[in-house]
Write a protein that binds this ligand. Structure first.
Ligand SMILES: [Mg+2]
Length: 169
């Protein structure tokens, strides 16, 4: 199966570090037994589902919230239970300059194309992923942590995922 993936972070993406506007609502949620204050926009769940539906891609959590994302965050946004990349469980050391989640993402994607919404990615991640034998086509979509995901990011993802059907591997 070569269905593309949409990898989704929570902190800095769905939960910006500041409240960007009135559409974001305050929630106090627990992750790994600790309480956190989050700002979440309930419109983001339907937008993500629409993105997945129109592009044929599979939404997948790539967050240190891991399974707590399904338990605590997803229901607020109206998201069904999604696959979880266990980003803290990888045995691969974080490559220099890379996000700690990047090795687990490479192991998970297994050649499937993916876009990745995250606030903590850099050219180091892109270069490392480019060299990884598990990794085929991908697009990192950097999100500003203070504003979180915006409509422009959804459009970028839609446009890039549309190109996958145009060029068969
Ligand atoms: Mg983050």
């Amino acid at each position: 199966m070569n269905r593309p993936l949409i990898l989704l972070d929570v902190d800095g993406v769905l939960n910006p570090f500041r409240r960007p506007g009135e559409d974001w609502q305050h929630h106090n949620l627990t992750c790994d037994g600790m309480a956190f204050d989050l700002w979440l926009n309930p419109a983001h769940g339907p937008k993500l589902l629409e993105l997945a539906e129109t592009t044929g891609a599979e939404l997948t959590w790539a967050t240190t919230w891991e399974h707590d994302a399904n338990r605590a965050v997803g229901p607020i946004l109206g998201l069904p239970e999604l696959p979880v990349i266990e980003v803290t469980k990888t045995k691969t050391l974080t490559p220099p300059g890379c996000c700690r989640k990047t090795p687990a993402v490479a192991e998970h994607v297994a050649g499937r194309p993916f876009i990745w919404f995250d606030d903590d990615l850099s050219r180091h991640d892109r270069l490392w992923l480019n060299q990884h034998p598990n990794v085929n086509r991908f697009r990192l979509i950097h999100i500003g942590a203070s504003t979180g995901i915006k409509d422009a990011h959804f459009r970028q993802a839609t446009d890039w995922l549309a190109t996958l059907g145009e060029a068969s591997p």
